[in-house]
Design a protein around this ligand. Sequence first.
Ligand code: SF4
Ligand code: MSK
Length: 632
Amino acid sequence: MDETTLSVDLATQELYVKARNDGSETLWDRKAALKNQCGFGEQGVCCRICTMGPCRVSPIPGKGVQKGICGATADVIASRHYARMVAGGSSAHSDHGRHIAHVLHMASRDGDYQIRDEKKLLNVAARWGVATEGKDIYQVAHDVAEAALNDFGKPFGSMVIPPSITKQRLKVWEDNDILPDAIDKEVVSIMHATHMGCTADAESMINLSMRTSLTDGWGGSYIGTEFSDIIFGTPMPREIEANMGVIEKNMVNIVLHGHEPSLSEMIVVAADDPELKALARGVGAEGINLVGICCTGNEVAMRHGIKIAGNFNQQELAIVTGAVEAMIVDVQCIFPSLANLAQCYHTKFITTSKLAKIKDAVHIEFDENNAYECAKGIIRKAVENYTNRKHEKVSIPTHKSTGMIGYSNQAIIGQLDRVVNSYTHKPGTFEPLAQCLVSGVLRGAAGVVGCNNPKVKGDHSHIEIIKKMLANDVIVVVTGCAAQAAAKAGLLSKDAVKYCGVGLQKVCELADIPPVLHMGSCVDNSRILELVGEVAKILGLDMSELPVVGAAPEWMSEKAVAIGTYVVSSGIDTFLGVVPPVTGSPEVTDILTNRLEDWVGAKFYFETDPAVAAEKMLARIEEKRAKIEALN
Ligand code: SF4
Ligand code: MSK
């Protein structure tokens, strides 16, 4: 395989060649071995929901088998599959949020987890109806955590919706009957509705999917983000380095991979323990070097400046450097292949969650009740492994970039306050940003998010789309693996203004920001919802009336389907660079890419060519500017 076709990232290309020379298998080799992937699966027309099946029906109307044994059509089968993807994605994010709520519940003044953002806690308490007057801050934390945990499965009423939502959007949700009940209830209801013999109507199925997706974006993910900020601190701008060059030859390298910050935060704290530092020196290393992959990488980079080794496509390649003593994982986006790959080198592949045990991995269950000692024990294993390093197998690419990250909404407001004298606006708000959109200095904003996928040349679509936005005065916010692609390409650097149109350049200079703002991990897409909602409220518009678009150019996970669905349901057009498995159903395709606009004022676009996607994104932004320009 020609490595230059796999990714635009030079470190990735270099390490793919090394893996091949080492006889190590990677995702691209396994993809090639699959040859042609199943066309029925790819178009969403294979059903195995009951054991009368599996039933594969024709993706072409009127030609071939049109119905499964029970009579389900391609529309029914594809819509059910879509709904189950949304439920899978929402459950992952929401379980993440629940877990962080439990961590907040165990926070204590003398414990391993403490309160780092009291102001945010007090704000959040008001939303959950928790009285704060005269209460100890830790009592407030426990009460807030309990209120949130109870909301996951409450028997009556709607989910607590964060105040950033516009009243117009709430009405859209009510009118479409997608205002969700409890988080857990909606996920369970999707599993019920997709059971054999239930929903057999594509419109109804997509409607239920939207309802469930909202429990993710405005529920579980929102809780995950806010409660993480409360416990671990709200991110503020800082410089980091990104790409495989951050792995250090003479240090004990530990890669943190996965999603939830409760473990990785403790690893960061424990890695500073003098006992472990001395142990590292004792085995001949210069120290302990923590680096991150995927969203755990984003979490610790945002809050501690931990360097980013890479994104989703690079998880195997970090081990292929031969210089990783341990890869520590929690949940989500973790290749099972890592266990065997680690054995080809000296790396200890350590799983820590009972939800993500992997055969042949070293499993050390992380216990939050004994978090610090547990983290120390895991790091000790990594340090002791340094002496097993096979030096003849070590080759670390030198590629790395620097960039700014940590743009929580509080951080963005802080930057906007710097331009308080340049515009007439209230400090401490998003008003300068709203005014830049109204005046047209910024034509719009784009959220570029999501994964890598070997169906797409790695990072290429992310970078191509981002650059096109910048050139057209569209400010970009990024999360997840897209954010890491941007970091590696130097797009998070303030120097990236060289790619921008004059309007965006001016805004970046005044606010002292890069044109691409790293807002965090996948659950932190909730920050983007909050930002869009707040700007819309300032302008008295609905979120669907802003010149704002979303894109997931290289997505792969069910979580991305949930994200796309809640983003569209929130009124923001979403461009998918990998076509979701629904095209075997003309009706589902039509609903997602057309009819949704009548329902919620936004829709999906399926576009695999990033250049064409970027053109369409810009056209849609210009189309949506009509409403905002009337405010001028
Ligand atoms: Fe086949 Fe219907 Fe069973 Fe699906 S639910 S496997 S279409 S019989
Ligand atoms: S980690 S969900 S590959 S963005 Fe959040 Fe990256 Fe996608 Fe996982």
